[in-house]
Unconditional design. Sequence first.
Length: 113
Amino acid sequence: MDEEPLRGPAGDRPTTGRRSDRQEGAVPQDGPQRARGRGSSGLRRTVAGVCLLAPAVALLWVPSYAREGPELLGFPFFYWYQFAWVPATSALLFLAHLLLRREDPRRSRPPGC
C-alpha cells in the first residue's frame, strides 16, 4: 500500500496540512464567500470594541470633565457628565452584544414559540 504524499500548490513538495504549508492570503477552498464573511465579522468586532472602550476612556480621562460649568438642573458638569454615561454605557453594551452574538437559528425564537 504505497500512498503518495500530498503535493503542494505547485506539486513540488509534500504538504502536511500545517499552517506553514498554507499560502498567506490564500482564498479558502470553499470559495470567496467564506473569505468575505470574515471581513464583516472583523468590522463588527472592531465596532463592538469601540463601543466597549468608549465609556472607559471617557470616564477615566478626568481632565476632560473636571470643571463646574455648564450646569444642568443645578448640577455641575462634573456630576451630570458622569451620570449621563450610565444609560449611554448600557446602550453601548447592548449594541456590542447585538454585534457580537452569533446567528444561531435555535436562538432566534424563545422555546415554545
